[in-house]
Design a protein around this ligand. Structure first.
Ligand code: MG
Length: 255
């Protein structure tokens, strides 16, 4: 396994700027989410915000992805493709994952929000997923290990009865959206010698738990992008880009 790239302070400064652009964009979209809005409308609003901020929407064209955000509704876990035909309805939940590249450096973050009034079980899933990310962020500091992150997410999620997606994981981030190391949201069955780096200042990672109401198992639809839960129950996703600092961490994608 190749070593994570340690960033210089000036690089983290650019990533902080990229991260803020993403955070503001996601805040903007959260205000727009309501019944009758299409996922393509959200995509267009994010792309405009990013370009107006002097940045580039990282996702657009990434491995052929056609849009600036991933918009994943209800049983969709990640990588939903925005569409004019996908109009949000009262009671839906939508995961919005988005990235911006500023002066060559990437910020990546995701939120899940309810559309209008949502069910109590949907709200609980969203809250637990958001909190599982916070639990993971808390353990990030020099000398902590990547496995501490997965352990924190898995413990928090499974003790509440949720499935933790295994097929998709967090990642190192910098000039590229996906760098080493991989950051799994679970620890069961993983061989620590293959992934368990010790964190040090200057490492930047995107932590992104995906929690399912039911089974952790997922599948990819025929569009070759959209990932859905195997049992078609709800899924939620939150993500932050987090830098390891000398005395702990800094979340780069908070507003
Ligand atoms: Mg990511």
């Amino acid at each position: 396994m190749s070593q994570p790239i340690v960033k210089e302070p000036w690089e983290i400064d650019l990533m902080r700027q990229a991260g803020r652009i993403v955070a503001r964009g996601l805040a903007l979209l959260q205000e727009r989410v309501r019944p009758g809005v299409s996922t393509a409308d959200l995509d267009a609003a994010f792309e405009k915000h990013v370009r107006d901020s002097g940045a580039i929407p990282t996702f657009k064209g990434y491995r052929g992805f056609p849009a600036s955000i991933c918009a994943s509704v209800n049983e969709e876990v990640v990588h939903g493709i925005p569409s004019h035909n996908r109009v949000l309805e009262e009671g839906d939940i939508i995961g919005i994952d988005a990235g911006a590249t500023f002066k060559g450096y990437v910020g990546d973050a995701a939120v899940t929000v309810g559309v209008g009034k949502i069910s109590e079980k949907a709200q609980k899933l969203i809250d637990a997923t958001r909190q599982s990310l916070e639990e993971a962020i808390k353990v990030v500091r020099p000398k902590a290990r990547i496995s501490h992150i997965g352990a924190a997410v898995q413990k928090y999620a499974e003790s509440r009865g949720y499935g933790v997606v295994r097929q998709f994981v967090g990642h190192g981030i910098g000039k590229d959206m996906h760098e080493d190391p991989q950051v799994p949201n679970y620890v069961d069955g993983l061989d620590p010698s293959r992934y368990d780096y010790t964190l040090k200042p200057g490492i930047v990672i995107a932590i992104e738990p995906m929690l399912n109401e039911g089974t952790f198992e997922v599948m990819t639809l025929k569009d070759r992008w959209t990932v859905v839960t195997m049992d078609r129950k709800l899924s939620a996703h939150f993500e932050h880009t987090v830098a390891v600092t000398p005395d702990g961490h800094e979340v780069l994608t908070r507003v």
